[in-house]
Design a protein around this ligand. Structure first.
Ligand code: ZN
Ligand code: ZN
Length: 464
């Protein structure tokens, strides 16, 4: 976190361009400039607040200056209209009665063009395992742990199983918790090694196969294989093979490397179902290495060229540490190479975590920041598809981003100036979720945290 944010508050941090905005700056007591007489800026003398668009280059003559005095509440306020998108430095100087100048602090705000100014940043994860498959904790606790780690939404995606995600949602169904929990599953089907994430689809794709773990455990119980009580009927292996054969003969697999034609037909079958259920079909970790790449390079390139999925998991935290770059660095390189060819893939970054506690070094190593209108899966998926997302990698301790330059620039600002504040609240909220899960906190406490979270977004983001 920007060290000055321990001593000062500034809001809104984000606002639209060409829109007069009142920027408020508060000095906290824990501060060398704090006089100890009254909380806040000095009541004597005056302040010069200078704002400058960081993109405009290193030229102090470009600062716009505002003369102001501290309000009775000890705060400074300036009315500012940003003319261009980007970070703006807010430099504050104090002048006493003898016109002696003292540098006070440099803070930052960010102005946005209309298409981003109507959105809020939401940190989420599209690929998470629980102890219902090979993860470490039960679904309800995984949710609490992710909230603690700063996530606004998560998709629970156990191997072969959809019902754990419904269990996670059910654990908090009587609350107005701020964390948005979305149903999902990691889809594994016969005749393909490709891992596919069904994020938010209304029914289980694994469950359509009569031999799957989902089907063996839950059968066609619609309350456990569907989020809305509807699902196509499960089919036998013979019927499945017939449907895959039909896709292979349809011409949709033309151009696919010969060895992967059947696998590709299976993927098309799965992607079609995920989309039919209103979900986001994610191609998971194509270059994840279990000795060999999960998909061959020619097959990966064909898959990207055809793009039958909705989003590419460009970062995945399940990569083994010694092969982390070999998976995620190379997937990122492919993403940019694809861009050169004119194909700009919607992207997500996911932890693919199998343990959500601090004992897993990679528990929150990756995430996605989605710029969406609201924290609801329909809008989140639409925003990803419209390419309003960046993937965040924190493997090295510092962060790295994948995505378009414009969004990286904004996300970079947010990671220094917004998320440290956001994460203080989510840490508390996650702990209360954990207590609630064990029956030691009330639903009202979570509702209260949701109100706080909503108020915080409102304070720091002036949206249109
Ligand atoms: Zn996988
Ligand atoms: Zn996985």
């Amino acid at each position: 976190m920007d060290v000055e944010l321990y001593k000062y508050d500034i809001y809104p941090k984000v606002f639209p361009v060409n829109c007069e905005t009142e920027i408020t700056i508060r000095m906290f007591g824990d501060n060398k400039n704090y006089t100890g007489e009254k909380d806040g800026f000095s009541q004597s003398g005056y302040y010069i607040v200078m704002l400058c668009h960081v993109d405009s280059g290193n030229d102090v003559s470009k600062y716009e200056k505002f003369r102001t005095t501290a309000g009775e509440d000890g705060m400074l306020r300036v009315l500012y209209t940003a003319k261009a998108e980007g970070e703006h430095y807010v430099c504050i100087e104090h002048y006493d009665e003898r016109e002696t100048r003292t540098y006070v602090v440099m803070l930052s705000v960010y102005a946005l063009e209309e298409d981003l100014a109507c959105r809020i940043p939401l940190r989420g994860d599209f690929h998470i395992h629980t102890s219902r498959s090979d993860g470490g904790e039960v679904p309800g606790l995984v949710c609490a742990n992710y909230r603690k780690a700063g996530y606004d939404f998560i998709v629970i995606t156990d191997h072969h199983r959809y019902y754990p995600s419904l269990e996670a949602i059910a654990a908090y169904k009587d609350t107005d918790a701020a964390l948005h929990i979305i149903p999902g599953e990691e889809v594994h089907l016969p005749n393909t090694m490709v891992h596919i994430v069904n994020a938010g689809g209304s029914y289980s794709v694994n469950g359509l196969m009569k031999g799957s773990h989902q089907y063996k455990t839950c059968g066609d119980d619609l309350t456990r294989c569907s989020s809305d009580g509807r699902s196509p009927a499960a089919i036998t292996r013979e019927e499945y093979d017939r449907q895959i054969e039909e896709i292979m003969e349809s011409g949709r697999c033309d151009g696919c490397p010969e060895a992967d034609r059947q696998s590709y037909a299976v993927c098309l079958w799965a992607f079609d179902h995920i989309k039919a259920g209103g979900g986001l079909a994610i191609l998971a970790h194509p270059l994840w290495r279990c000795n060999l790449y999960n998909l061959s390079i020619p097959y990966t390139k064909f898959m990207l060229k055809e793009h039958p999925f909705d989003a590419l998991e460009v970062l995945g935290g399940a990569a083994q540490p010694h092969q982390y770059y070999g998976t995620n660095g190379l997937q990122s390189a492919l993403y940019y190479e694809e861009w050169l060819e004119g194909r700009i893939h919607p992207i997500v970054g996911s932890t693919d975590s199998h343990d959500s506690t601090e004992h897993n070094r990679n528990k929150t190593v990756a995430s996605t920041i989605v710029f969406a209108h609201e924290n609801h899966y329909g809008d989140i998926f639409a925003s990803v598809k419209e390419r309003y997302s960046v993937a965040v990698d924190t493997f090295s301790g510092d962060f790295r981003l994948v995505g378009p330059f414009r969004l990286q620039k904004y996300a970079n600002f947010l990671l220094y100036h917004w998320y440290p504040i956001h994460d203080r609240l989510t840490a508390m909220d996650g702990e209360i979720m954990r207590e609630y899960y064990f029956g030691e906190a009330e639903a009202e406490e979570l509702a209260c945290m949701k109100k706080k979270s909503d108020a915080m977004f409102k304070k720091y983001f002036k949206t249109i």
